[in-house]
Design a protein around this ligand. Structure first.
Ligand code: GUN
Length: 295
């Protein structure tokens, strides 16, 4: 079997067009949706992700401001910045790019973001809403994965989804969201740690396999059930001196080998990554609409 490739760039482009229409409608009412992004330190991957988010915002007409902060910033300094963004009327959505330097407590920063401006959906209040089936903001990557499957017509009801990776920003929220839904439309969920001693045994049972562990090509063809739908969330930079930039980007799945087994698969790059950005835009516009209704 050669898997159908689920093209995140095409699906994300459709979503960005829809968001652009929403933004135009808000602007016609005199409202300019705005996103503030905070990135601390000079990690090249974080800088690239934030630059991509900024470009995408500009393209759909969302006002953006990027706060590039030196890694020596104190926790209080960062909290002060977030407090000021919480108060700023021009800013409807706030995202703090993770990871943060080790001297800063990630929890304290995430909890400081005003929940109704939490475009990333990482605040415990928003995670709580998600967990009781009353979501306000779904974190952008899980939202992107679910939207991608929906738009591709992948039926989840009665299926078994296995999620490898238990992170707060991908694995846990996808599992949480799927556990809330009507079982007619949502899958049974198993969540594994990447070091699970029986990992292959479990992944082989997956009709839908979602992998988010950050280990290059750790999922091999032998670990995948024939006909499975495979969603690769990993973005790993691997040294490759034959390329001008000196590295290539690969996912957590051995794409070529798994493509021979799966029925559908997302590529890296060009799969989940563009969806994350598109769903951040969607969350920002939702935040703007909700704040206007409250005002
Ligand atoms: N780091 C990796 N993924 C994400 C994301 O979706 N949002 C933020 N803020 N940081 C990240």
């Amino acid at each position: 079997m050669t898997a159908r490739i689920i093209d995140g760039r095409i699906i994300a482009a459709d979503i960005r067009k829809e968001v652009a229409r929403d933004v135009a409608a808000l602007k016609a009412k005199g409202i300019m949706p705005g996103l503030a992004a905070v990135v601390v330190g000079d990690d090249p991957a974080s800088q690239t992700y934030v630059a991509n988010k900024e470009r995408a915002c500009r393209e759909v007409g969302i006002y953006t401001e990027i706060h590039r902060i030196d890694s020596s910033v104190s926790q209080d300094g960062l909290l002060d910045l977030i407090e000021s963004l919480n108060r700023a009327n021009r800013v409807h959505g706030i995202l703090v790019q993770l990871p943060l330097p080790p001297h800063i407590e990630e929890h304290a920063i995430i909890e400081c973001v005003r929940p109704d401006k939490d475009a990333d959906g990482f605040h415990p209040l928003n995670i709580g809403h998600l967990a009781i089936g009353d979501s306000q903001f779904v974190p952008a990557t899980p939202f992107g994965v679910m939207e991608m499957l929906r738009r591709e017509g992948v039926h989840l009801g009665g299926k078994h989804a296995v999620i490898v990776g238990r992170s707060n920003i991908v694995g846990k929220p996808i599992a949480t969201a799927w556990m809330q839904g009507d079982p007619q439309f949502f899958p049974r969920v198993t969540v594994c740690h990447r070091t699970d001693p029986n990992l292959a045994e479990v992944t082989k049972q997956a009709d839908i396999l979602v992998v988010a562990v950050g280990i290059p090509e750790v999922i091999t063809a032998e670990m995948v059930k024939p006909g499975a739908v495979v969603i690769d969330v990993g973005i790993n930079h691997i040294e490759d001196k034959s390329l001008k930039r000196g590295y290539k980007i690969v996912g957590d799945v051995d794409f070529d080998a798994v493509s021979e087994v799966a029925s559908a698969i997302t590529p890296v790059p060009g799969g989940v990554g563009p969806m994350t950005v598109a769903m951040l835009l969607r969350n920002t516009v939702s935040a703007a609409k909700a704040q206007i209704e409250q005002a």
